[in-house]
Design a binder for this molecule. Structure first.
Ligand SMILES: Cc1cc2nc3c(=O)[nH]c(=O)nc-3n(C[C@H](O)[C@H](O)[C@H](O)COP(=O)(O)OP(=O)(O)OC[C@H]3O[C@@H](n4cnc5c(N)ncnc54)[C@H](O)[C@@H]3O)c2cc1C
Length: 238
């Protein structure tokens, strides 16, 4: 819990940014759907923010963060508050930041869309449809991996942690990665119609097995990768 004096100083520092200490609103916004859980409910039901701010621009976000740091007040960010595990509950009071007003669709391009952090997926979908496109899925592009379908005969000396050099057809540069996990099953076994080799003349076919390669973070061209692109990984097994 933050002292009233500190909260007042904080509110003065953020100037025109919309803020309230109205208890009804604080109580309403300090909780998400954690009440689904009989374990979390008694732990979180009394948690309450000391002040609620509603943000509409990057300048306002900066002003709130600067003031919170200056007064060493904890800050909890919240979107729609539909998380089920108390993620947006202010455990130690302080500032609750409501991002739902920061919700503009800022750019619709061919194949991609850019929205502010508080935008709901429905708004992104509407903007995409209005431009004649569909929002089929949301692709995370900052944490990337490759599923490399190696032949089973190539796996004997492969194991997690090994360095991988990845040539990407769409890029001129090679990327680096790390073997993250070894396969649990062959690709054919998980296909819609797995082959059944027990009948007729049996011809042995070398199976492909999916090895997950995590691309090392911080590389310049990672942002250019898209799901489904062709790559050639080379694993250093020594
Ligand atoms: C009935 C029901 C059905 C659901 N079904 C699904 C489902 O099918 N699939 C699914 O994935 N989830 C589902 N959920 C969970 C929940 O709806 C999603 O996780 C939703 O994406 C949470 O978004 P939110 O804006 O409400 O986040 P919040 O609950 O407001 O916040 C979630 C977390 O993100 C942080 N956060 C919020 N905004 C920001 C920001 N701008 N910057 C940094 N951190 C931020 C918060 O601090 C918190 O830690 C369901 C929930 C309910 C109640």
């Amino acid at each position: 819990m933050t002292s009233q004096t500190l909260v007042e100083q904080f509110r003065q520092d953020i100037g025109d940014v919309s803020s309230t200490v109205d208890e009804r609103q604080l109580r309403q916004k300090s909780h998400d759907f954690h009440w689904y859980s009989p374990v979390l409910t008694p732990q979180l039901q009394d948690c309450l923010a000391d002040v609620l701010v509603q943000l509409r621009s990057e300048e306002e976000i900066a002003a709130v963060v600067v003031a919170a740091v200056k007064h060493r007040i904890p800050l909890t960010v919240r979107g729609g508050g539909t998380g089920n595990y108390g993620q947006s509950v202010p455990l130690k009071g302080g500032v609750l930041v409501d991002m739902t007003g920061f919700n503009k669709v800022t750019a619709v391009e061919s194949g991609s869309i850019r929205v502010q952090a508080g935008a709901v997926i429905g708004a992104a979908l509407e903007a995409a449809l209005a431009s004649g496109q569909q929002l089929m899925m949301i692709v995370q592009t900052d944490d990337l991996w490759i599923t490399a379908n190696f032949k089973e005969t190539q796996l004997a000396r492969m194991h997690p942690g090994q360095l991988v050099e990845v040539a990407v057809d769409a890029l001129h540069e090679k990327l680096s990665g790390t073997v993250e996990s070894m396969p649990a099953v062959t690709g054919s076994r998980t296909s819609v119609l797995p082959p059944e080799n027990a009948t007729g003349n049996y011809v042995k076919v070398i199976q492909r097995m999916p090895v997950r390669i995590r691309l090392n973070p911080g590389q310049k061209d990672l942002g250019k990768l898209r799901p489904g692109m062709s790559v050639e990984p080379k694993v250093y097994v020594e």
